[in-house]
Design a protein around this ligand. Sequence first.
Ligand SMILES: Nc1ncnc2c1ncn2[C@@H]1O[C@H](COP(=O)(O)OP(=O)(O)O)[C@@H](O)[C@H]1O
Ligand SMILES: [Mg+2]
Length: 323
Amino acid sequence: MPAISFQSVTKQYPAARGGAGLKALDAVSFDIEEGEFFGLLGPNGAGKTTLISILAGLARPTSGRVTVNGFDVQGDYAQARRQLGIVPQELVFDPFFTVREALRIQSGYFGVKNNEAWIAELLESLGLADKAHANMRQLSGGMKRRVLVAQALVHKPPVIVLDEPTAGVDVELRQTLWQFIARLNKQGHSVLLTTHYLEEAEALCSRIAMLQLGRVVALERTSDLLKAASSNVLRFKVDGALPAAFEGKARVTGRIVQLPAHDAHEIEQHLAVIRQAGLRVEDVEIRKADLEDVFFDVMARGREGAGNPPAAARGIEKAGALS
Ligand SMILES: Nc1ncnc2c1ncn2[C@@H]1O[C@H](COP(=O)(O)OP(=O)(O)O)[C@@H](O)[C@H]1O
Ligand SMILES: [Mg+2]
């Protein structure tokens, strides 16, 4: 039985006054198997949080069905919710309690008694031990994020869902958090993660789905996604406008240009085009393609239109056959 099953989930937000309605999710279907560490990626507005809100029972799908360990999130809300530990994207907390009190109250909410040992372990593992008696409103953003993680895990949920848990948090917390979540995953907890840090997803997730405008545009094992990418990336700094030949191919961040290249021959071709254009380049570097390159490729092709599916997205057909 899958840990989470999304079955043709569609979410239509009603039209605001004068505007058109918005289809935030369009027939999203995929399963997360028990024990998997699964990544859900997509640009802002792709629908990740909407999908997680539906999973959490906080929003209703317009159509479709979601189950957690077989429990329907609508028909069997209490059972489904008990399976889930959800770390929300927004920092929501009650300012009147201390950290330990917040965790005790959350335990009570799930009917977990005698939870002190696990609460102590959570505080310790998340670097919160010396903040146990601090008031929630006295904590920094990063510390509040740790408490939200602890709160989500207080009932030892078999399925852990993290919605951009590391957005805007320091490197230390990111490392503490991933060590802890990876340990829980090894112990058998299933994990669904959304993040903008693609190197985190590449390192942690065994499978990845990419969402774009409410649709699944790629769904593959992480290793297969990386295999489908151009194997190399030529990276350099440039003064001046790029030749038209690179349009749609190059990824530009300020002066830094990154160009996919399959082999040495293509790298030479790129360099020849640059030379002919009379551009001065600096800090030339060749590196292996990573998940960020794949993501960029999938999203760019998605924008070009459905008629040109990205090589990296071919796994969708396979996934469709499963459900
Ligand atoms: N309550 C809402 N009412 C109307 N539109 C919404 C609501 N929540 C989200 N949206 C819209 O749905 C789309 C998906 O949003 P969201 O699920 O937050 O995306 P993500 O988490 O991937 O950034 C966005 O276009 C967003 O503006
Ligand atoms: Mg979001």
